[in-house]
Design a protein around this ligand. Structure first.
Ligand SMILES: NC(=O)c1ccc[n+]([C@@H]2O[C@H](COP(=O)([O-])OP(=O)(O)OC[C@H]3O[C@@H](n4cnc5c(N)ncnc54)[C@H](OP(=O)(O)O)[C@@H]3O)[C@@H](O)[C@H]2O)c1
Length: 357
């Protein structure tokens, strides 16, 4: 795939560029065939410094193209790119992202703030990429030429990819999710080492309600310019564990059509995701793979599947109370954050929905 499919490379900026997700954006955008990273922004604490001086870099080798960029303030008036990836802290993301959208920019956000607003798409491209059409409703409602597009909470992303093929074929009725979430999900520096080493913390602030409400929107249907939420029941329990990257989700579910494990496995293996995402640069060949190994998926072995964009599902078996249970694993800062956002931008590019330069 080359830039020829969408014309010349488009200039993009990253807000929150110094944080955990911001750094993943920088790595993924460094050699992107369609986008050129030209600006980075963060808080006033970092603004004015060279990127390499302001950032505690944790993503391998820092791309040379970003090292000397001077960090800007996260203000629309300071950023010239029309396409902006946001990895801002949720305490400030809400207002800043609105400022950028009302200034005509397309904001691809990782923050929770706007996800559940009825005219804001909450999208995992292979699952519900058609929901991106909501930005037409958003522009009409809000009278701005820009837009805000969000990707889901990182654990909700893993769970939604894993159950989407089953929901589409058998109709979810009840869903129990129990997560084991990596420390990188808390940003940098995140959880104190003395709290997490050798430990499990059975609480992540606001995480359970986020999972419960986002699953309904992600697996909902777009009808007449609005999302009709999924009508199943969801209960989530979330835990922070001493893993660097990769959220694991134990799933138990019941369905209208009561699939057997073999029927579920066939549906999971056959699922390729929405057609319009096939061939996009950040889309893995398989958004979901099923492992037959009894002791997988495991973060250490499976988190980098599909360059961090593939969700691995295993242990698909009958449940003693509901119909099925299984385990899913995905990379939280790639599939669950920056990589998902870049894939959203690619799908917007091929659907002709990027703002003019
Ligand atoms: N980590 C994950 O796995 C994950 C997954 C999905 C979604 N998310 C979401 O993605 C966002 C970023 O998460 P993260 O884990 O990367 O957090 P993080 O490591 O704490 O980084 C936060 C970023 O926000 C910037 N920032 C903080 N206060 C600011 C202000 N007043 N004005 C402008 N910028 C400010 C920081 O810049 P300075 O360095 O200048 O302070 C930093 O670049 C959050 O909304 C988070 O909920 C995270």
């Amino acid at each position: 795939m080359t830039s020829s499919r969408v014309g010349a490379k488009r200039k993009v900026a990253v807000l929150g560029a110094t944080g955990a997700v911001g750094q993943t954006f920088i790595r993924l955008l460094a050699d992107h065939p369609w986008f050129e990273l030209t600006e980075v922004a963060a808080s006033a604490r970092s603004a004015g410094k060279r990127y390499q001086d302001a950032t505690r870099w944790i993503e391998g080798v820092m791309p040379a193209s970003v090292a000397d960029l001077v960090i800007k303030n996260s203000r629309a008036s300071e950023i010239s790119a029309q396409i902006v990836f946001s990895a801002l802290d949720a305490n400030v993301a809400g207002e800043i992202e609105e400022e950028f959208a009302s200034a005509g920019k397309l904001v691809l956000s990782n923050a929770r703030n706007h996800r559940m607003e009825p005219d804001v798409p909450l999208v995992i491209p292979e699952v519900n990429g058609d929901h991106l059409a909501l930005i037409d409703t958003q522009r009409a409602h809000r009278g701005w030429s820009g837009a805000i597009v969000t990707n889901a909470n990182c654990a909700a992303t893993v769970a939604a990819v894993a159950v989407a093929p089953l929901h589409q074929k058998f109709g979810l009725e009840k869903l129990f999710l129990t997560t084991m979430q990596a420390v990188s999900g808390a940003g940098y520096p995140g959880v104190a080492s003395l709290d997490i080493l050798g430990n499990v913390i059975p609480y992540i602030a606001d995480e359970e309600p986020k999972l419960e409400r986002e699953m309904l929107k992600l697996l909902g249907r777009l009808e007449d310019g609005a999302v009709v939420n999924g009508s199943f029941a969801v209960s989530a329990q979330t835990n922070r564990v001493a893993v660097e990257h990769g959220h694991t989700v134990c799933i138990s579910a019941s369905f209208h059509d009561h699939p057997t494990p073999d029927q579920a496995l066939s549906a999971l293996r056959a699922w390729k995701g929405i057609e319009s995402t096939h061939g996009l640069p950040s889309r893995p060949a398989q958004p979901l793979v099923v492992t037959d190994n009894a002791d997988r998926p495991q973060p250490r072995r499976d988190v980098d599947a599909g360059n961090g964009m593939t969700v691995t599902v295993g242990r698909v078996r009958e449940d003693t109370i509901l119909d099925l249970r299984m385990v899913a694993l995905g990379h939280n800062t790639i599939r669950g954050a920056a990589g998902g956002s870049v894939l959203n931008a690619e799908l917007l590019a091929v659907s002709g929905r990027l703002p003019a330069e």
